[in-house]
Design a protein around this ligand. Structure first.
Ligand SMILES: Cc1ncc(COP(=O)(O)O)c(C=O)c1O
Length: 385
């Protein structure tokens, strides 16, 4: 019974070209080469697939900081934070994140997926309506309890529609607006100022996901929300350590009261072994470096905007604006797969993304600190062929 269901599921995906494989094996950058060139199965390929936005994943000092934390606190955390796993480094890093994000407190989770799904799940209380940007990440949808709460979605970045929904949902005592700040698959940016105004005006809690914004956006790289004075009683911000911070894990910045609630309510926090001290050491070290990357951040966005412009000039539909994420969007999955093959033949690795990860198929380029102008021009030359 299960077997035939599973077989049909997999075969159906294959016939629709929606079947996914784990990616090419990438062991790291090729020794003595630019960090943008990878080794492994995708040997000698120019890598635009990685979320290592600041190019820190092979930074010797960052790895040494992880090692030092492991020597001090152990290779594993040995338990949930509520039991034996609460090493000093967690509390230090939480205080620092809270300060830099201008929040009363913060709480560390084992991943962005767990942070999003656990926090949203903890907020599934009766008389709640979640109002989502249509393109929010899957982790925010994962644990919505539809028996207790309602979910409605507004068109991507359409704040008039969001306000119309807010006006009409008076029967719901608890309103929660949720949005990514930098959209990871689309490469565009939410208007945090407008979202915060709407949250205030309608007394709605604002939940922001800064997974892709952490490290690259905001004055000091602490994310877009850090540049605003947000109402702590009405805002919760999530950011991850797995992308620009080249580690693993995530934080949730929030009020002291919300932190107390999450510690007592979030199953992903309560019932899971805390992150390894190595991950914490790397994430904290790299967080401390963010202030020093101002110029790099400017260069990455400038390169990406030129790249986007040049791709558009070739007749492709290049998505996003003012971010390092540049998707080429296709109506037809086969056209996307053809371009992917062409890129691979020319030793260029980008992410082939298909529904349901995004509503339309796309090749997603993530421009990072290791890319040169020459690297970007190489892609343009291939796209011209
Ligand atoms: C917008 C967004 N939120 C959350 C996550 C999950 O973060 P993590 O990889 O730390 O689980 C991702 C990861 O792809 C993401 O793109």
């Amino acid at each position: 019974m299960f077997r035939s269901y599973i077989e049909n599921y997999v075969n159906d995906l294959k016939t629709k070209n929606l079947y996914r494989n784990v990616g090419n094996r990438i062991d790291g950058p090729i020794a003595n080469e630019s960090e943008a060139i990878c080794s492994g199965d995708a040997n000698d390929h120019l890598n635009f697939s990685s979320n290592d936005y600041l190019g820190l994943s092979h930074n010797k000092d960052s790895i040494a900081a992880g090692y030092k934390a492991a020597v001090l606190y152990g290779s594993g955390s040995t338990g949930s934070r509520l039991l034996s796993g609460n090493a000093e480094i967690f509390e230090k890093f939480e205080s620092q994140i809270a300060r830099d994000k201008k929040f009363e407190s913060s709480l560390i989770f084992n991943s962005g997926f767990i942070a999003n799904s656990s926090v949203i799940s903890s907020l599934c209380i009766p008389e709640t309506i979640f109002i989502f940007d249509k393109l929010n990440h899957a982790s925010m949808y994962e644990r919505i309890d539809s028996a207790k709460t309602k979910l409605v979605r507004y068109k991507h970045l359409n704040y008039n529609e969001l306000e119309d929904i807010l006006k009409k949902c008076n029967s719901h005592k608890n309103k929660i607006i949720a949005s990514e700040t930098v959209f990871g698959m689309d490469g565009d940016i939410a208007d945090v100022k407008v979202l915060a105004q709407l949250s205030q005006k309608y007394g709605a809690l604002l939940f922001l996901d800064e997974a892709h914004a952490t490290g690259l956006y905001g004055k000091n790289g602490y994310g877009i929300s850090a540049d605003f004075e947000l109402d702590q009683s009405l805002t919760v911000v999530m950011g991850t350590f797995g992308k620009a911070l080249s580690s693993s894990g995530a934080y949730v910045a929030c009020s002291e009261l919300m932190k107390k609630y999450l510690i007592n309510r979030s199953k992903g926090f309560i019932y899971s072994t805390a992150l390894s001290p190595f991950c914490m050491g790397v994430a904290m070290h790299n967080w401390n470096l963010l202030k020093t990357f101002k110029e790099t951040r400017g260069r990455i966005i400038e390169f990406a905007n030129n790249f986007r412009h040049n791709i558009g000039g070739l007749g492709y539909k290049a998505g996003g604006a003012d971010t390092n994420i540049v998707p080429i969007i296709f109506d037809n999955i086969n056209a996307m797969l053809d371009l992917n093959i062409k890129l691979l033949k020319n030793r260029i690795l980008a992410s082939a993304v298909r529904p349901p990860a995004s509503p339309t198929s796309r090749i997603r380029f993530a421009v990072n600190a290791t890319h040169s102008e020459e690297n970007l021009n190489r892609v343009i030359e291939v796209l011209k062929k």
